[in-house]
Design a protein around this ligand. Structure first.
Ligand code: 4NP
Length: 163
């Protein structure tokens, strides 16, 4: 029975914030909502790069997500900032390069959890969500497969009795 419902905040980070991290944002939000825990989590995404700021997700990420019931179309890219460390309990990078960029921004004494998203789900057997930007449809499907499984694991970590 949810009594002292605390709200967790999660920021997903990739390079451009137009493929992997908006997919993770939409999938994790939907996973929490479908489990009845939408009000327990605040979810956002950002990129380490600035090239796509203000843009919607890549049309391929929107199309592949839509086929599995996720709506990425309203999302807009933004760049991660140092202030995000004051706002998010969980900052989860898609790959090691993203993580290194975040570690360079991390203020001393950050008390949240900064790490690789897939590390919440060791059973997946891989640590990085590969960048699908220069590849084909398979890459976008793999992003969705990995992000769906890791989202279930993350929700179980954040809301231990979920489901
Ligand atoms: P994302 O994919 O980091 O998953 O959003 C990329 C999007 C754009 C670029 C690279 C990766 N780019 O070089 O513009």
């Amino acid at each position: 029975m949810p009594t002292h419902a605390t709200r967790s905040s999660v920021l997903f980070v990739c390079l451009g914030n137009i493929c992997r991290s908006p997919t993770a944002e939409a999938v994790f939000r939907a996973t929490a909502e479908r489990a009845g825990h939408g009000s327990r989590v605040h979810v956002d995404s950002a990129g380490t790069g600035e090239w796509h700021v203000g843009n919607p997700p890549d049309w391929r990420a929107i199309a592949h997500g839509r086929r599995r019931g996720y709506d990425l179309a309203p999302l807009r890219a933004r760049q991660v900032t140092r202030e995000d460390f004051a706002r998010f309990d969980w900052i989860l990078a898609m790959d090691r390069s993203n993580l290194r960029e975040l570690q360079a921004l991390e203020p001393d004494g950050y008390r949240g959890h900064l790490g690789l998203f897939l590390d919440v789900a060791p059973a997946i057997g891989r640590r990085e969500v590969p960048d699908p930007y220069d590849g084909g449809a398979d890459g976008f499907e793999l992003v969705l497969d990995l992000v769906e499984e890791a989202s279930r694991a993350l929700l179980a970590r954040i809301v231990p009795r979920a489901g």
